[in-house]
Ligand binder design. Structure first.
Ligand code: HEM
Length: 128
């Protein structure tokens, strides 16, 4: 059904909450990732919940609170290297495993996240 959003197909609010929780549980302990985060994990997780809801075609929660996502601009204060993009994606893949998100909808969500993660790269590896 083309009228059913990816958000609904994965299971809506409950699934998005589970996914971001499982994701940051991994980011928080990933040696390449945790040092560049501000450390307010509750707020980071909340923003990602608002964003992913909107990204997957659910209610526009992120924009209601923060305006246009401009995701690449919002990442400029943080050095996102190719290595960190791969680390981010590996945490997300494992989070999808953790919550048992499977099937075609997983593949669809994954492809969009891979594209977005690569788009966020703003720093060369050697500039570290
Ligand atoms: C914010 C890192 C990719 C969505 C952030 C922050 C960091 C970060 C350090 C600041 C956290 C905070 O302000 O609480 C990274 C790294 C990535 C990556 C290393 C590797 C490619 C992505 C992707 C998405 C995303 C692919 C979306 C699918 C967000 C959102 C915020 C955020 C929505 C909050 C923006 C704001 O309101 O300030 N990210 N990120 N990030 N990230 Fe990422």
């Amino acid at each position: 059904d083309p009228n059913v959003s990816p958000y609904e197909m994965i299971g809506g609010e409950q699934t998005v909450r589970q996914l971001v929780k499982a994701f940051y549980a991994r980011v928080r302990v990933h040696p390449d990732l945790f040092p560049i985060f501000p450390g307010d994990w509750k707020e980071t997780e909340r923003k990602q919940y608002l964003f992913l809801t909107q990204f997957l075609g659910g209610p526009p929660l992120f924009s209601q609170e923060f305006g246009h996502p401009m995701l690449r601009v919002r990442h400029m204060p943080f050095p996102v290297t190719p290595k960190r993009a791969e680390a981010w994606l590996s945490c997300m893949r494992q989070a999808m495993d953790d919550i048992k998100l499977e099937g075609e909808i997983r593949d669809y969500v994954w492809e969009r996240l891979v594209q977005t993660a690569h788009h966020m790269i703003n720093t060369e590896e050697e500039a570290e």
